[in-house]
Ligand binder design. Sequence first.
Ligand code: PAF
Length: 284
Amino acid sequence: MVTLIRTTVELVNRRNLEKKNVGFVPTMGSLHQGHISLLEKALSEFEIVYFSIFVNPLQFAPHEDFNQYPRTLENDLNLIAASLKKFPGSEVVVFAPKDSAEVFPPQNDQVISVEGLNNILEGAVRPGHFDGVATVVHRLFQLMRPNRAYFGLKDYQQYLVIKKMVKDLVLPVEVIGMPTIRENSGLALSSRNQYLTPEEKNEALTLSKSMNELASVINHKHENIKIAQSKLKRIKEDKRWNYLEIRDAFTLSEDISHSKKIAILGVFQLRETRLLDNLQVELQ
Ligand code: PAF
């Protein structure tokens, strides 16, 4: 059964009745197989899964695509219902607030800032973005009180921000990172891919191809990182890169001399559309 809830009062009332543990999948809707993989993982672990669909205004700067961001509630509910058929007896409680005030009441101006991670890489290009993400996820965690919450590793920095928030604030929820789902071409699935023309979709492959090239140069060995760094410098001569960096996979520190795992993180821009991706590589 899919239950749709549009107000916070209804959500809290429903949650208070819950006797069983619950999983939680936060999304901004416009669902694709990436989101569905999170939902199905949650359903494989919990009979009751809470699922939010909320385009969070706090994580968009005034010049960004908040207004254009695709809103496809009916289609999203159909996709959820189709997935749920694989889990007889389970229930998905969808919280799709009717407006932003349901999530952020007018007098509520608490902001969660995850220092150290919120102003580098994506946070340097989009100041305030991760404060917006941490604030809404914290608020949704308070409303849903989930035992486990599921996030895509495609937004790797976001995943680390949320992990750190949960640790720093000792929140009673386990954060699970799920692998990026890709098209056969290698392009990571994203709701923003629909902004791309077919030619741009082809150009977008530069992102995953470049990351794969760097990962294969590194080949899990520390001693190869220097060669990868000079290859990366050549790749970045293409001005469509917002950034492309090799960082420690746990802290996102630039110092990777003792790293056991690294993350290659990049954003490639095609017109207004910023495509974000990453790969993590274990080091010996
Ligand atoms: O990854 C997303 O879709 C959003 O950043 C999230 C986690 C739902 C918060 O709005």
